[in-house]
Design a protein around this ligand. Structure first.
Ligand code: ATP
Length: 269
């Protein structure tokens, strides 16, 4: 049904400092901060700022985190929904929800709309197996209509995330729609280290724990996997060794997360 948070109401403000690595993506998205803070300045000189930004990248690389960080940096309201919430709703309901969300975001402008899992509603039209994909098409058509309905001056930025840009309906990518594309990648070793630093900040690590070694031993892990790894290790520590998270706890957690990763990769199309 969509969620809405005023900046003052969100649990804690998320900023670009919470997003480790992803320097290119951060740089591109940060260009929008100024626009959201002072839209009048851009309107005055007739500058057309993009409304639709597509965040692309594997699961867990920080797409949602980056969108929230933009809202935090610009201090604007954040409206969010996920494409998966529109699956199996009654005909007309999805389109109505989209309309309401855009209406609310326009009323609260400058503001941000975030649509996670865009591919679950934004797949190429006419390729469903029948039976109910009408609803998905109506929802998608409503999103397209809303994007087209923006005048150049409205300070609403619509970010959408996908890990399947290849299946998106090309209508979504046309000029004036999601025409700016930002790619997030799986972290390299240095970025993994930076992500581990962020998520280990409040953990009591035993002196023998070396996060550089952990970063070296986790190729292919996403940011979400690394966060998971540390949390699993903390749970193991609480159950067994007690007060500190030990290297052995991290080692055990790594094996668990790796098995999970293997399973996730195996079921991906
Ligand atoms: P999905 O495609 O599965 O929705 P996503 O790309 O939106 O994933 P997030 O939901 O933003 O990924 O990531 C999940 C969590 O993993 C984040 O809330 C954050 O705690 C952690 N995380 C992911 N990437 C990073 C990063 N680059 N720096 C710090 N933390 C990260």
């Amino acid at each position: 049904s969509g969620r809405f948070e005023k900046p003052s109401e969100s649990k804690q403000k998320i900023t670009f400092a919470d997003v480790a690595g992803q320097d290119n993506a951060k740089r591109e998205v940060s260009e929008l901060v100024e626009f959201l803070r002072e839209p009048e300045r851009f309107a005055r000189v007739g500058a057309q700022v993009p409304h639709g930004v597509l965040l692309m990248g594997p699961p867990g690389t920080g797409k949602t985190l980056l969108a929230r960080a933009l809202a935090g940096e610009a201090e604007v309201p954040f409206f969010s929904t996920s494409g998966s919430e529109f699956i199996e709703v009654f005909v007309g309901v999805g389109a109505g929800r989209v309309r309401k969300m855009f209406e609310a975001a326009r009323a609260a402008a400058p503001s941000i709309i975030f649509i996670d899992e865009l591919d679950s509603i934004g797949r190429t039209r006419g390729t469903g197996l029948g039976g109910g994909h009408d609803e998905r098409e109506q929802t998608l058509n409503q999103i397209l209509a809303e994007l087209d309905g923006f005048s150049g001056k409205e300070a609403v930025v619509v970010l959408a995330a996908t890990n399947r840009p290849d299946v998106l309906d090309s209508a979504l990518l046309r000029p004036g729609r999601f025409d700016r594309h930002v790619t997030l990648n799986l972290p390299d070793k240095a970025a993994r280290r930076a992500i581990l630093d962020i998520h280990a900040k409040d953990l009591p690590l035993a002196p023998e724990v070396d996060l550089d070694t952990v970063a070296s031993g986790t190729p292919g892990f996403s940011g979400a996997d690394l966060k998971n790894l540390l949390n699993e290790a903390a749970i193991t520590a609480a159950r067994t060794s007690g007060d500190m998270v030990r290297a052995a706890d991290i080692e055990e957690a790594r094996d668990k997360v790796m098995m999970g990763t293997v399973r996730t990769l195996a079921i991906q199309p």
